[in-house]
Design a protein around this ligand. Sequence first.
Ligand SMILES: [Zn+2]
Length: 301
Amino acid sequence: VLASFQLPAAVAAQCGLPEHDGFTWLDAVQELKKASAGETPVQLWQRVENHPMVQYVPAQCQDCGRHIKDTYPAPEDPDLVEEEPTEEERPFVRSGWFRGPRGPVVFVYRCPDCGQTTRWFRSLHPEVTLNPRRWGRLCGEQEDLKAWLARYLGVRLRVCCPLDWDHVWTEVWDGIAWKPLDPNCLNFARRLHEGIGSWTRVLAIGTPGSGKDAADAGEASEEVTEAYFARAGGSPEELRNWRATVDAARADASGASTQSRTLCGHVLQVARFDDLRITQELRSAQADFDLGRELCELRQS
Ligand SMILES: [Zn+2]
């Protein structure tokens, strides 16, 4: 797949390659590996996050680059129509958000600047989304590509989701421990002081295939609230305050104490799920997911 895309000279240059035509993404990835030789997985992944291969690209005219506005509610645009995919496109088209929720459709844009016609759609497939010639690559496409690249490069990732708080960040397995990519996240517990409400737990969710390594070390999916209390390195008094704030938010059935005004932590509290039980559930969910089990095949219990 990587070798099938010829890079424009300017993109090759952004990847650290000589600025001329003829290189492919495979050359770019080899260059990336070369540059990161001897570095930790965290440093390698930092390079991937900043690499042109996973860059955000707004949906646009693929000839001149005029942007197609992704507004919502979307005003009528006489230059943009939605069509059923062709037989060739169909296996690659997914539903998703563009100018509102959409089924698996193709956006056909007749550019008012250059007169050329562009066909573009949301897709899960690197065969489509790696296209370096102005293919619209929105957040969903970026995340799917990163998960795909992580498996390709043998880097294990997990996503940390605080409950009842609007934020998310990535951790990378460095062979010994999980490390947040953004070191500011080490201090996440201190955000309880910001006065914008509380979170109730932090859950780490493994990305597809990242559940276990060969040595069975560092299972990806788990409850990590205590780990994030510890990481912030608070004084005993700070730690007591953080625990009290989180406990109060878990006990509050109104949702008013949490930043997102939601009740996930409270629901787990009422269900009497402790840290250990939550970890068990997350791990069994990840095992099912990695085996490709569908929701309807899961055991009823
Ligand atoms: Zn154009």
